[in-house]
Ligand binder design. Structure first.
Ligand code: MLT
Length: 266
């Protein structure tokens, strides 16, 4: 069931299912909470899964303008307040990982652990910032169809693209329904985000780095480099998956996440 809470003046949609250690799942760009459906289905019998549409995405509203990673992180902390959850495991994919880094800087006492999925710590290089500005203009002028067309081949592993048409379609549908205003706000926020590399060695709780073996956007070497800088880090490479590992190989991702969550209880 979808719930709505007014967080910092904005109606945020989220689901809250299951019992056990609270876990918040933060989606990537330009997606929504449904990218985590396979994790919710498999893990809710053992963990409490809190899954928001971050502001401007899915069914959540956002005022126009840039949305910083700090703003998304503060929304996450305020949603936990609303649910009277003091501490949660924070799981973020790609942009969700950028938000998890901001959460670590601003709300460290609220985290029991982090799972950084298919993400990177480095800030954008100038070319990446320029291509985000282009994408924002294209989305404003032409909607999400060209964005989906350009992004999907980079988001999925070659094997997913060639032999899992249902996953390709599902991802396309999610991207096509992303609200253009939310997309533009997040693009500006991602372009402006700081380098999170210095945050890695400050993480005071265990961190899982999970990455699709064929992730072309934030490859396994990147995840390995982040893990090496993290005091209590663990790296898991997910076979048969690209940047969207939780959708492409949910069984392997669910096994890695549940083993990590179980380890935090001990
Ligand atoms: C994502 O999956 O969230 C995006 O690839 C992040 C980005 O554009 O940097």
């Amino acid at each position: 069931m979808t719930n709505t809470a007014t967080i910092h003046g904005v109606p945020l949609a989220y689901t809250d299912t299951g019992r056990g250690t609270p876990v918040v799942l933060l989606h990537g760009f330009p997606l929504d909470r449904t990218m985590w459906d396979a994790q919710v289905e498999a893990l809710h019998s053992r963990f409490r899964l809190i899954v928001p549409d971050q502001r401007g995405f899915g069914e959540s509203k956002a005022p126009p303008g840039a949305v910083s990673m700090d703003r998304f992180a503060d929304d996450t902390a305020a949603l936990l307040d609303h649910l009277q959850v003091r501490k949660a495991v924070v799981v973020g994919l790609s942009m969700g990982g950028y938000v998890a880094f901001a959460f670590a800087r601003r709300h460290a006492a609220r985290a029991r652990g982090y799972a950084f999925c298919d993400t990177k710590a480095a800030a954008d290089a100038p070319e990446a910032r320029a291509s985000r500005a282009d994408m924002a203009e294209r989305a404003a002028a032409q909607g999400m169809a060209p964005i989906a067309h350009g992004m999907i081949p980079r988001l999925l592993a070659p094997s997913t693209l060639s032999s899992r048409p249902e996953q390709v379609d599902r991802l396309r549908r999610i991207i096509l329904r992303a609200p253009v205003e939310g997309v533009r706000g997040a693009l500006q926020g991602m372009a402006d985000r700081p380098d999170s590399t210095p945050t890695l060695h400050t993480l005071g709780v265990p961190a899982l780095f999970l990455v699709g073996a064929h992730d072309a956007l934030s490859p396994p070497e990147e995840a390995g480099g982040m893990c090496a800088r993290t005091p209590n880090g663990r790296l898991v490479v997910i076979p048969d998956a690209g940047h969207m590992a939780p959708m492409e190989n949910p069984e392997a991702v669910n096994a890695a996440l549940s083993a990590f969550f179980d380890g935090l209880k001990a």
